[in-house]
Design a protein around this ligand. Structure first.
Ligand code: ACO
Length: 429
C-alpha cells in the first residue's frame, strides 16, 4: 500500500506521497506542496532535504556504512583500484576485462595536454593557488574538446570521461610545477594512473622519480576513498549547474570551486595547519587536546568528528592502516607525524571525544599520507578534486539521463522591505 504523510495547515489538509529508497530510507515527496497549499519548505543547509533520487552511493552515517553501487567501500579498498572504481561509479557496474583495458588505454592516450593548453600555465603568477588554476583549467578543457559539449550515448560519454579523469591529474601536476617554478614534465605512457601522476609531480628532466609500490597503493586508496560521497556541497553544485544543461566541463569546474572551501575539501589542509601550529608553538599534544575540550578556547581538533558519520568514518578506518604502512617506510622522522599520532592516541582514549563519537575522519589520515608522500599542503584539496572527479561525472551523467529533470531553482522566504518608493538622490537624507 502506498504510504502518505498528512500535512495540516489552517483549514487545509493534504496527503503527501512517501517515497521509499532501496535501503528503506523514507522521504516525503513535496513536489506538489506549493501548488496545493501555497506553502514552501525552508531548510537552510538542506539538512532535511533530498535534492534527487540517486542509485550511485549509499551512506548510513549511524552505522558507518559507505557503498558505491552497492559494493562496500571496504571491499573496493581491498580489491579494486581508483580507475576501476571510477568506471563502476560512472557506468553503474564493475567493468569487464575488455572494458577495463579500453578505458585504461583511453586514459593513457589522453594524459597529455594540447601544447596550446600547456601555454595557459604561463599566464598564472607563480603564487597562484593551485585550486584556482584547477577550476580555470577544467573550464578551459571545454575549449579544446568542443565535440563533447553535447554528450549523447555511452561511447562519447566514456571518451569525455577518460579525457577529464586523465587530464585532471596532468593539470594538477602542472599547477604544482608551475607554482613551484619547476619545468613541466610530460606524462609517461608506460606508467599507470597514480605512478604517472607522481612522475609528473616529482620527476626532473635529469632525474626520473621512481614510485615505491606502497606509495602508489596508498595514494590509489586515498583517491578511491574520495571518489564519491553522494550529495555533498561540490556534487550538489555539479548537479545544480548541470541542471541548466551546462556541459560536463563547466559543471565539474563549478564543483571544483565548491570543493575549494575550507568547510569542504579544505579540511585536510586544516589538519596539517593545526599540526604545524602545535609544532611551531611548542605546545604539547596533551595541552592542545585540553584546549580542544574547552568550549571557550575556540579550538577544535581538526580531522576529528563528522557531520554524517556518527559512529566512525569507514574511510578513515581503511586509511589508518594504509597510513601506518606508509609512515613505517617514509614518514617516521617527521615531527608532524609524531604529533598526529599522539593526538590520535590521546583523543581515542579521552571520554570527551569517545562520548561525543568524535573519531578521526578521512581528512586526518589522508593529510598524513599525502604529507609523507611529499605532496605540498597547498595541493591537498587538488588531490581531493582528482579523487572526486569520477563522482562528479557519475552524478552529472545520472542527472543528464533523467528524462524529466528540471532546472534546479530553489525558492526563498523573502524578509526584505515591503513595497518602497524610489527617492530621487537630492531628496535622500
Ligand atoms: N574537536 C573538539 N570538539 C568537537 C569537535 C572537534 N573536532 N567536533 C565536535 N566537537 C564537539 C562540539 O563542541 C559539540 O560538543 P557539545 O555537544 O558539548 O556542545 C559536539 O562535539 C558535537 O559537535 P557538532 O559541532 O554539533 O558536530 P557537527 O556534526 O555539527 O560537526 C564537524 C561535525 C563540523 C566535522 C565537527 O566535528 C568539526 O568541526 N570537526 C573538525 C573539522 C573537520 O575535521 N572537518 C572535516 C570533516 S570530514 C569531511 O568534510 C570530509
Amino acid at each position: 500500500m502506498a504510504r502518505t504523510a498528512t500535512l495540516t495547515y489552517g483549514d487545509k489538509k493534504i496527503e503527501l506521497p512517501v517515497i521509499e529508497g532501496s535501503e528503506g530510507e523514507l522521504g516525503i515527496d513535496i513536489s506538489q506542496l506549493r501548488d496545493k497549499t501555497g506553502l514552501i519548505t525552508l531548510d537552510p543547509g538542506f539538512g532535511n532535504t533530498g535534492s534527487c533520487a540517486s542509485a550511485i552511493t549509499f551512506i548510513d552515517g549511524e552505522k558507518g556504512i559507505l557503498r558505491y553501487r552497492g559494493i562496500p567501500i571496504e571491499q573496493l579498498a581491498e580489491k579494486s583500484r581508483f580507475i576501476e572504481t571510477a568506471w563502476l561509479l560512472i557506468f553503474g557496474r564493475l567493468p569487464k576485462k575488455n572494458e577495463m583495458t579500453r578505458f585504461s588505454d583511453r586514459l593513457t592516450d589522453n594524459a597529455h595536454l594540447h601544447e596550446s593548453f600547456r601555454h595557459h600555465f604561463e599566464g598564472f603568477p607563480v603564487d597562484a593557488p593551485p585550486m584556482a588554476i584547477m577550476s580555470a583549467m577544467l573550464n578551459t578543457l571545454a575549449c579544446f574538446h568542443t565535440e563533447f559539449l553535447e554528450l549523447e550515448g555511452d561511447e562519447a560519454f566514456e571518451e569525455a570521461t577518460a579525457r577529464l579523469i586523465s587530464k585532471v591529474r596532468t593539470i594538477a601536476a602542472y599547477s604544482y610545477r608551475k607554482t613551484s617554478g619547476l619545468p613541466l614534465v610530460y606524462p609517461d605512457p608506460k606508467l599507470k594512473y597514480v605512478a604517472n601522476f607522481l612522475h609528473m609531480m616529482f620527476s626532473e628532466p635529469y632525474k626520473q622519480y621512481i614510485c615505491p609500490p606502497e606509495i602508489e597503493r596508498a595514494l590509489n586508496m586515498v583517491l578511491l576513498l574520495h571518489a564519491d560521497h553522494e550529495q555533498n556541497c561540490s556534487t550538489s553544485t555539479v548537479r545544480i549547474v548541470g541542471s541548466s544543461k551546462a556541459n560536463l566541463f563547466a559543471s565539474v569546474a563549478a564543483g571544483n570551486s565548491a570543493l575549494w572551501g575550507p568547510l569542504h575539501g579544505g579540511a585536510n589542509v586544516a589538519v596539517l595547519e593545526m599540526l604545524e601550529k602545535i609544532r611551531r608553538g611548542g605546545i604539547s599534544a596533551e595541552n592542545y587536546v585540553k584546549l580542544a575540550k574547552d568550549k571557550n578556547s575556540g579550538v577544535r581538533l581538526m580531522g576529528f568528528g563528522h557531520r554524517v558519520y556518527k559512529h566512525f568514518d569507514p574511510r578513515a578506518k581503511i586509511l589508518k592502516s594504509a597510513s601506518d604502512q606508509v609512515l613505517a617506510l617514509h614518514g617516521a622522522k617527521d615531527p608532524l607525524v609524531d604529533i598526529a599520532r599522539r593526538l590520535e592516541d590521546l583523543a581515542l582514549n579521552d571520554s570527551y571525544f569517545v562520548d561525543r563519537k568524535l573519531y578521526p575522519n578521512v581528512d586526518f589520515y589522508s593529510g598524513i599520507i599525502m604529507k609523507a608522500i611529499g605532496i605540498p599542503v597547498n595541493m591537498f584539496t587538488v588531490m581531493f578534486a582528482i579523487g572526486r572527479m569520477p563522482g562528479w561525472i557519475a552524478q552529472w551523467k545520472e542527472q543528464h539521463n533523467e528524462h524529466e529533470s528540471r532546472i534546479a531553482r530553489p525558492r526563498q522566504v523573502y524578509t526584505g522591505p515591503t513595497l518602497t518608493d524610489y527617492i530621487p538622490i537630492e531628496q535622500r537624507t
